[in-house]
Design a protein around this ligand. Sequence first.
Ligand code: SDX
Length: 434
Amino acid sequence: MINNFITDQKAKLTVEGKTYEFPVIIGSEGEKAIDIRSLRQETGYITLDTGFMNTGSCGSEITFLEGSNGILNYRGYTIEDLAENCSFVEVAYLLLHDNLPTQAELDHFKMLLSRFALIHEDLIHFFDHFPPNASPMAILSSMVNSLSNFYPEMTENPLENIDKNAARLISKVRTIAACTYKKSLGSPLVYPRHDLSYCGNFLNMMFDSPVKPYKVNKEVVAALNKILILHADHEQNCSTSTVRLVGSARVNLYASISAGISALWGPLHGGANQAVIEMLEAIYNEDGNYNKYIERAKDPNDPFRLVGFGHRVYKNYDPRAKIIKKACDEVLAILKTSDPLLDIAKELEEVALNDDYFIKRNLYPNVDFYSGIVYRAIGIPTNMFTVMFALGRLPGWIAHWKEMWDDPNWRIGRPRQVYVGPKKRPFVPVEERG
Ligand code: SDX
């Protein structure tokens, strides 16, 4: 709990000739904060911090990021160790609880995921009423929000059944994602099977067909586990902060997650993995001429950004991008295939990392730069890439929602502002305006 990390040190602020002191907080990994929770009450001032670049919204025990050295730990375990040694389900359990599961805890969690894999048949009919080219992210957000209508106990006692509801959501979102893909093809739905793992079930529901049975490849399953682990949490990113903010109004888990899905959709956030592939395809179709895109990215008058590059926190190589880049080569080798977009991506990275513009701004590949290459190799269509990001991030969103509801310091999120509009003025009737 954050109050346990308040130190005896004080930060001083002098304004209008008066000096105020505010406590200094130092987190378990050395992050420093000035506790300004009494600032407005004591000084009459608020702070302004557009984009919240310098503002902490909470204390959290879930994930630690260190941007200058590219460190990412989930509940103290390094992402490298977890990606190398765990399944996604194990890491989902870790994020939702304080520790990695014992075998018995893991078996129970897997049993719940199997038990909740089906979605209500009435919910399946919802798919019949989306237009054929509907965005999978719009469908996912709508379906998740609608889930709360099918499980009213979710809204009545949210924390009482949190483990059950977390497992239900993690399992059903995977089924909804696969159904979304099958429906987009006009293909028959493939139902989950109890004899398959979380990721194996997803791949089977995506690619199995009555006329051509899909053979689940265990090495592809391993790669998908790794990719989902790498996406599972990332402290107070835009979508997780959205889940917390919406949930802070005492909104049920499913509606809060639905809001997080909408935030993730943005091309500056989770939507970047789809935009990266679209950019690489455009470069490929222009004979691999990536220099134009590098120059556009550097042009202050051009809104184009080199998607998949840059990060609010990482001012070094995103540790997830390193692992995913290696997974690209591994999956392509397993599937005995190649992808010219990977070659373009590697060349683009090489040129950018040696260009002063990117060096000066500490712009490196982020989690989205290579992930689409792995999804393509597996056969996942580009418009489902951000849905894959949501599948991975779901345990993190739920963990943060749960942590916030459990937090005795929790308050409804309600930032202030500085008004800069017109000062008070007399009303003018419409007939006198002109
Ligand atoms: C994710 O927050 C998270 O943790 C997110 C995430 C997660 O796991 O949840 O990691 C997932 O969202 C990864 C990011 C995916 N988005 C993209 O790849 C889109 C491209 N990247 C940029 O839009 C940007 O880097 C952001 C949005 C990721 C970060 O933006 P910031 O922190 O607000 O940085 P900024 O806009 O202040 O940029 C600082 C400078 C600016 O130049 P100057 O004004 O100083 O001259 O760097 C430039 C920017 O123009 N810059 C880029 C750039 N990213 C930043 N220039 C060209 N190409 C880019 N990609």
